[in-house]
Structure formats: C-alpha cells, structure tokens
Design a protein around this ligand. Structure first.
Ligand code: KG4
Ligand code: ZN
Length: 334
C-alpha cells in the first residue's frame, strides 16, 4: 500500500502551569511517549507556583524533553503529522513558551499546528485510558483552577452545565493544605494526611448550593475557624481528622452535583478527570455514586495531572485545527 499512511502521529506540548511535558500519540488514542517534568522542587520554597520562574523553566527544559519524547516513541520529526500545543487556559507566560516552541518546530519541520484547550485535554485523557471511549458523555473536570460539569455530545463540542462560584476544588485543597501546615503541592499532601484521620470526629459542613453550582469558600472558612479554636492545642490526630473531614465535604459536594446531572439526563459514559481526580477518596466514591447507571472512566494518576499526551489526543480527536494563539482565560470554547 505504497503512499498510504497507516497511522497518524501527533506531537503534544503542554506548558500551561507547573508541568513541562512533551508526548507522541498515535491516532489520538495510543501513547508512544509522554515525558513529564514537574516543577515541584522549583516552587516549593515559595509555597506556590511563581509564574516567571515557571515560564523560564519551561523554556529551558523543552529541548531535552522533546528529544526524549521522540527517542522514547522511536520516531523522527519527519514521521510526525501534527503538532498540538496548549493555548489556554493557563499562565500567559507559560503558554507563550509552549506555543512559541511549537510554532518554531512546526515551521522548521513543515507540519500543521493546532492550539488545544487544556480543559478539553483533561477529558481526552480518558480516551487514552480507554481507547474505545466515545461521546456522548458527562464530564467532571476538577483541577487547580476549575470544577466544571460538562456535557460532551460529540468530539470537539462541550456544554458547561455546572461550575464553581468561587474556588475550584484543587484550589480549595491547596489552601486547606496550607492551613494544615502542609507544603505545596497541597492536594496530594492533604490526600495523604486525610488517610490518617477520621472524617466523623470533627465534621465540616458540606457546601450545598441549588442546581449544579459549586462553592468551596464557606468550607474553607469553617476549617480556618476550627483551626483557630484549636489554637496551639491542635494535635496531629486533629489535623488528620480535619483533613479527612475537609476532603469528604469537597468530594461529596462534587459527586452530589454529578449525581444530579446524571439523573437529569442519563448518559452511558461518565468521565471524572483533572488533577483532583487523582484523589483517593474521590476515586472510590465516584465509582460508588455512578454505580451501574453509567460506565465511569477516571484516567490513571499520571494522566489526571497535567501532561502532553492528553493535549495530543485532544488536538487530534477534537476536530478542525484551532489557531495556535494564546488565550489564558479560555473557557470551554475551542
Ligand atoms: O490538572 P492539574 O494538574 O493542573 C491544573 O490544570 O490546574 O491539577 C492540579 C490540582 C492542584 O490543585 C492539586 O493540588 C490537585 O490538582 N491534586 C489533588 C491531588 N493530586 C493533585 N487534589 C487532591 N488529591 C490529590 N491526590
Ligand atoms: Zn490541568
């Protein structure tokens, strides 16, 4: 079959926040390589992401990560069919680095380039975990900046049906972790601390807004007051119990709305993704809440947090190419 290509290869680049990642994905579904450099060590002394440091580090790391991704995948630049780069949402300086490098490569190699919505990427991560997964689906994307419930009727189309009024779930976990004396990154540290506690010993209120809206700021304040009341007398057991109570309130709130959305409009496929989908309790409870009503897909941990394979998948499967233009405040639009 001379001249007929059997597979399509996409190079993905992700630099929206504090992970630098380059991946090669075949036909949008099969990961050939997905190298990820986390900037945790760079930011941990500052207690959070420092945008200028993040952007400079992306620029310094990308060349070697690119070489590694191509080498691991066993492909040459000439084998590639598409370059897919995160265009937003994210930190503007960080996004500019990824897109600048992506455009340079696409021009030098004479390959098409597409800008990718990072939030779409989180949903498409589920299609790498389960190559047979197809829309229509109901999605919950929970990350550092988003807690969004979306319906995906077909590839490349998303309708937001619920979102947060204030903090995102990941942001709430990160802030609670700081109050509990845990460092950055807070979410995984709070997850570990919660495993040592009992959520029933010092319960915290579960946020309850009408409809499909989330709010986590009241819960955060409740934790702050509880810790203030305990003062110097706070024990490790208290901290573990409060971490468990906080985690439980966030997780049950997230799933209560997912449950409502599923009741209102049943679908066969449900995806829970984004960094917070790495949370131990959320993974267990999501399976229980969805139950037999739909098939639940939660990507494995390394595909929940930011990575370039999900960007390659979204760029390839998400429909027509999108201009490679940075948009730091992009919602769910293309
Ligand atoms: O998707 P992601 O890697 O980056 C963004 O797009 O924001 O999500 C990062 C968020 C952070 O807030 C982090 O604390 C949270 O995901 N996270 C977790 C866990 N692992 C990461 N939150 C709770 N439990 C975890 N195990
Ligand atoms: Zn993300």
């Amino acid at each position: 079959m001379r001249g007929v290509k059997s597979r399509s290869l996409t190079l993905g680049i992700e630099t929206s926040c504090d992970e630098t990642s380059v991946a090669v994905v075949e036909d949008g579904r099969r990961i050939l390589s997905n190298v990820i450099h986390s900037q945790v060590d760079l930011h941990k002394d500052f207690g959070g992401v420092v945008p200028e440091l993040a952007a400079r580090d992306h620029l310094e790391r990308l060349p070697q990560l690119l070489d590694l991704a191509l080498e691991k995948a066993g492909v040459k630049p000439t084998d590639l069919d598409l370059v897919a780069v995160t265009r937003g949402p994210g930190l503007v300086g960080c996004l500019l680095v990824g897109l600048g490098v992506g455009e340079g490569l696409a021009t030098a190699w004479d390959k098409p380039i597409t800008g990718v919505n990072h939030l779409w990427g989180h949903i498409y991560a589920a299609m790498l975990a389960r190559p047979d997964l197809e829309p229509p689906l109901l999605g919950l994307v929970v990350s550092g900046a988003h807690s969004d419930l979306v319906r995906m009727p077909e590839h490349g189309r998303f309708e937001v049906i619920g979102r947060t009024r204030d903090d995102a779930a990941g942001e709430a976990f990160d802030k609670a972790a700081r109050m509990l004396g845990l460092g950055y990154p807070g979410g995984p540290a709070l997850d570990r601390l919660a495993r040592t506690g009992n959520p029933k010993r010092q319960p915290l209120p579960k946020p309850s807004l009408a409809g499909l809206e989330y709010s986590f700021s009241g819960l955060k304040t409740a934790l702050l007051y509880r810790l203030r009341d305990l003062g110097e007398a706070v024990t490790d057991q208290d901290r573990g119990d409060l971490a468990a109570a906080f985690e439980q309130s966030v997780v049950e709130s997230l799933l209560e709305k997912l449950d409502l959305a599923l009741q209102a409009q049943p679908v066969e496929e449900v995806v829970v993704a984004g960094g917070v989908a790495a949370n131990t309790l959320l993974r267990r409870r999501a399976a229980e809440v969805v139950g037999g009503r739909a098939r639940l897909t939660m990507p494995p941990l390394d595909l929940c947090t930011d990575n370039a394979a999900m960007i390659a998948a979204a760029g390839y499967l998400g429909g027509r190419p999108t201009p490679a233009e940075v948009n730091p405040s992009l919602g769910w639009d293309r």
